[in-house]
Design a protein around this ligand. Structure first.
Ligand SMILES: [Zn+2]
Length: 313
């Protein structure tokens, strides 16, 4: 996930200055292993990037713990935003919505409600790579991150101080031959924002429900981190199991986005160790043998019981 830009605009940069004390010009991260601020160098500037509970991870379905959680609830997902801004921030393509009412997720593994901030994409050099999390070592062609902050923390900025501060809903994409009409306005707009730090207001926009898979109750969930610096371990991840189809042509449009140093052909972080974490798989038709349902918050806490404190950078 990428917090470089969000509703608070340049505030994220200020926040990073606050967190690490300074921002060197070379601390503008990249994704190539050879480059000065490639993923293997992130931890030199952002200590948390070397943490124990980092994202992304490889989710092995043989080892997930099946569970049955209360239904996820979605509020405001059917509202058409008054305005939708699409931005190339040099690291990703990011969408911000001007909503008339708050967009909120609760239920499932969540303790409390989470408010929508922004959504963005991760993609790869070709259709065989691009997703950040993998399932059974399989990469999907692209991954969407819908970023939410815990409502009681009031903003992404404040939520970054808490280990339950953020929720990311992740949606995987696989390549097909047919264009996906839902994404046409986005992919058609990409040529207008090829240059880094440019934005464009979509004419029509869409509802957030358009991006969710039909089945929103089957998902993997685990505790992890931002997948971009400062890599804070404050994220409850919910990865929907069922992927969405996009055409080869639509996927390739993302690879024409430019970053400071040239084409942004890929923006997915390499896999990180699972450590002692447990990944849960929610199957809505699954009934535990014990007959007792734990809340997912307690399940997630159990899996991260060794975390003693939030690591300050
Ligand atoms: Zn992301």
């Amino acid at each position: 996930m990428d917090l470089k830009d969000r509703k608070t605009g340049g505030l994220s940069t200020i926040l990073i200055v606050f967190l690490i004390g300074y921002v060197a010009s070379d601390a503008d991260f990249g994704y190539d292993s050879g480059e000065q601020m490639g993923p293997e160098h992130w931890a030199e500037h952002y200590q948390a990037c070397a943490g124990k509970y980092q994202s992304p991870i490889d989710i092995d379905e043989m080892w997930v713990k099946r569970t049955s959680l209360p239904p996820l609830e979605f509020e405001g997902f059917y509202d058409l935003p008054m305005q939708t801004k699409i931005t190339n921030n040099g690291h990703t393509v990011l969408l911000e919505l001007n909503q008339t009412q708050e967009v909120v997720v609760k239920g499932g593994p969540l303790n409390g409600s989470y408010t929508f901030a922004q959504l963005h994409f991760h993609w790869g050099q070709n259709d065989s790579v691009g997703s950040e999390d993998k399932i059974n070592s399989h990469s999907y062609s692209m991954e969407l991150h819908m970023v939410f902050y815990k409502t009681e923390y009031e903003s992404v900025k404040h939520a970054m101080d808490y280990r339950d501060g953020l929720l990311v809903l992740a949606i995987f994409y696989e390549a097909g031959d047919l264009d996906n009409d839902v994404y046409a306005e986005i992919t058609d707009s990409l040529p207008k924002i090829e240059t880094p730090n440019t934005s464009y207001n979509l004419r029509k926009g869409f509802t957030l429900r358009n991006f969710l898979p039909h089945n929103v109750q089957r998902y993997f969930t685990y505790y992890g981190s931002l997948t971009t610096p400062p890599c804070l371990e404050i994220v409850t991840w919910i990865d929907f199991k069922h992927p969405t189809r996009l055409s080869h042509r639509q996927l390739s449009a993302f690879r024409k986005i430019r970053t400071k140093g040239g084409l942004l052909t890929h923006n997915y972080r390499p896999l990180q160790p699972l450590s002692d974490r447990v990944v849960y798989y929610n199957a809505e038709d699954y009934i535990p043998k014990s007959g007792t349902l734990r809340t997912a918050a307690s399940l997630l806490l159990m899996s991260t019981a060794t975390i003693t404190a939030f690591v300050m950078l």
